[in-house]
Design a protein around this ligand. Sequence first.
Ligand code: BDP
Length: 593
Amino acid sequence: MLNLQVNSFRKKNNLCGIWNFRIDQEKIGEAEKWYNLLKPELDIAVPGSWNEQLEAEGLMNYIGDVWYQKELFITNEFNEGNIFLRIDSADYSCKVWINGEYVGENHGGFLPFEFDITRYIFVNKINLITIKVNNELNCNTIPQGITAEDYEIENRIREETYPPARFDFFPFGGINRPIYIYSTPQEFIKDVKIQTKLIGDTSAKLIIDTNINSTNFDQIKYEIIDDNNVLEFTEIGNTHLVKSQLTIQNPKLWNLENPFLYKLVITLLKKDLPIDQYSMNFGIRDIKIEGNKLLLNNKPIFLRGFGKHEDFPIFGKGLNLPLLVKDFTLLKWINANSFRTSHYPYAEEWLDYADKKGILVIDEIPAVSLDFRKTTDQTLQNHKNFIKKLIDRDYNHPCVIMWAPGNEPNIVGEESYYNGSGEKYWNEIYDYTKSLDDSRPITIPNCQRAGVDDPVFKFSDVISLNRYYGWYENPGNLDTAIIRMESEMDLIANKYQKPIIVTEFGTDTVPGLHSISDQMFTEEYQSKFLELYCKLIESKSYTIGEHVWNFADFKTPQHFRRVVNNLKGVFTRTRDPKQAAYTLKKIWSVSKF
Ligand code: BDP
């Protein structure tokens, strides 16, 4: 799925701003046709989650339906071609009406979707756009949901959170990323996929697949631009899918020190005249596993960084560009080279920026803590759909070096998971992901409770471990913690003979709390814990990375083990450093290779 852009063939209207808003607790909005006139009670900013924004209106913990409405004047510029409505994410499902007419719906948060609205829009007039958003989850959705009743039926009273969730991040609801109306010409470039392959040290093969909505064009022109040169070639048209191949001599590689991006300009031509154009950046880089090593452009690389979240006071999960810029400066400051989009795809702006700044990304989907007592055929189908949409959006990003099609399955420790059902499930997910992209390794972080026989080990090219010895296990006892961590890592490395990343390790830490002995929750404890873990992980020849949990404190559902936020951040929720930030900065200032 292509990013939007404006040029002489394509227009775009940004719909971000203040929208009319109404809560629909009784779910009566459709019967009462609120899509014709909302009678708004409140306002809401888009992008942004409703929870903290409208806390004073009682929406902090709200799960259910809400309605958004906005009037928009569509200018004459949109008179020709196709018009689309694009929503970069509505968490978790939504329905859309334009001028009172039903347009379509989308299920699944965290990723963009769009509708062709050409026949619903009045040009040169005011149009009424209505979006109903719902943030309920169930056992078929990705992520899976849970209700207060489920906790009781399953006798998991002490595990109950409010709002109920199967995961440890706040279920922020709303239109969390931008909305646009955009236009394309009648015949237009729908999608582009660029595969790059290094051949020896001196050349790279490029395979460009361009998808066009029509066959009514004669030629397609490609220009590949680096700093000083333009490489130009043309293909004959009249097919929906144009496949091109070329070799670039002495390519400028994308790497961490110099994340070089080429520019590709594609032009559709009819009778020698341009009818559409699309330009995009791409990088040439190679990522692979060889033995115990992760190789970027044939050189070993060790991942240092974090699991993150999209989370900030008031914005919730709303796209927050100043925060994005700040976080990348902090990643560089602390000498990190990578992060994982735990536990869902982040706004594409994060990946564009990682491409530009030379930061590596493990791209994850929200199949977090799958409960195998509850998965259905529908869960599997939704899971696959999610993977497809993720890869459709993110395939062209050089920063994405690995797919994580899940995180910590079977955290509830269900026995039947080990009788073949877990294996069958992950086998399907693994094969499906590979069928869409066999150029990137796959990893599915394992939790300690799922144990060393977790089938995800078999279906991960790289083993990812989330471990909390010294926190949830052996609290306060770092000596025992490190001994247990080492023996478990050695055992898994021996058993599976695959490289390992420790994708989570960390301690909740209250900034300003200090102690001279090992006391949980103090800054010294977090700092020492991370130092000991990093030392251990980096001492092993089979490890290829360490991702601290978490980059920053983040809001969670309410539970007695959380003080509003999960406090495992190395930075606070508003990005002040804890002592551990300086510790990591120092450790990571020394190159691993
Ligand atoms: C892991 C989860 C992560 C949690 C973390 C924790 O992957 O989402 O936030 O534990 O407990 O199990 O802090």
